[in-house]
Design a binder for this molecule. Structure first.
Ligand SMILES: Nc1ncnc2c1ncn2[C@@H]1O[C@H](COP(=O)(O)OP(=O)(O)O)[C@@H](O)[C@H]1O
Ligand SMILES: [Mg+2]
Length: 268
């Protein structure tokens, strides 16, 4: 099932490289290699349980594969200190349960923690950066609201702002559009593209919507059962045959103007 071309996706000039990652849970094994350059968006696409979140957690280091396999500019990420890693990589998790009623601004400023010396409290500059990040994601009016009292979609935007204030070189977004309405899905996707291009981050996200993946990704890695099924430019990966195989239902790709629309066969 593994496509032999996939290995070629690991490029020497890649900013972030995953080389022969191997991670096992009981009964599940993820095997993968991939590369993302600065200013590039790579999207992990695949059915529920295919290993997308596991991949992001392995890259961030919440889960540790036995052998070194994640490199940032050639440096083994997992051997870096937690603090150094947090400066370089921003992680926007899929699920976050607010506990203490910090204000949205305080919650976002906490993203600066890796940059602040131990025992130091956030500076005016840190708060300024947090406000700018809130402006960028469009929720500056929520700055003083307890973040336990905002909607799921607004929380998702606050999480993105929190990752931004780290000024990371790599950002990992796990289903950034999951709780968002139609318009906000496009808005957050545009924000992710803007950040990636302006801050030249190596960006990896997981998405469920192949149409959105086609619109926003420079590269797509399609995963099924912990294995890379296909990888490359959207026009290569998003074809009816490949998607039908991966999702185990008939999928058609239809040309609408200059856009390729991916639609399921409704008899499934
Ligand atoms: N903490 C865990 N312990 C054991 N198995 C897990 C754990 N988390 C996820 N898995 C299993 O790993 C596989 C991949 O899960 P995940 O990476 O969350 O998939 P995805 O994000 O693509 O939906 C699934 O079979 C899931 O049941
Ligand atoms: Mg997931």
């Amino acid at each position: 099932m593994v496509n032999p071309e996939v290995e070629l996706e690991v490029k020497l000039d890649a900013k972030l490289e995953v080389k022969n990652l191997r991670f096992r849970y009981n009964g599940f094994e993820l095997l993968a290699s991939l590369g993302v350059k600065k200013g590039e968006i790579l999207t992990l696409l695949g059915p529920n349980g295919s290993g997308k979140t596991t991949m992001l957690k392995c890259i961030y280091g919440i889960l540790k594969p036995k052998a070194p396999c994640v490199y940032l500019d050639g440096e083994d990420i997992h051997s870096m200190s937690l603090k150094d890693r947090a400066k370089k990589i921003g992680y926007v998790p899929q699920i976050h349960h607010p506990s203490f009623p910090y204000t949205v601004l305080e919650f976002v400023v906490m993203g600066r923690a890796s940059q602040i010396q131990v025992f130091d409290s956030p500076s005016e500059e840190d708060y300024k950066m947090a406000m700018n990040a809130l402006k960028l994601v469009g929720i500056v009016d929520l700055a003083d609201k307890p973040y336990t009292q905002i909607s799921g979609g607004q929380l998702q935007l606050a999480l993105v702002a929190r990752a931004l204030v780290q000024n990371p070189e790599v950002i990992l977004f796990d289903e950034p559009t999951a709780h968002l309405d139609f318009k906000n899905k496009i808005k957050i996707s545009n924000i992710i593209r803007k950040i990636t291009l302006s801050k030249k981050t190596a960006t990896i996200l997981t998405l469920h919507d192949p149409n959105l993946a086609g619109m926003y990704s420079d590269k797509i890695v399609l995963i099924k059962g912990g294995r890379i099924y296909s990888a490359g430019k959207p026009e290569k990966v998003l074809n009816g045959k490949v998607l039908s195989d991966v999702y185990e239902m008939k999928v058609r790709v239809v040309d609408v103007d200059s856009f390729k629309l991916i639609i399921p066969d409704q008899t499934y």
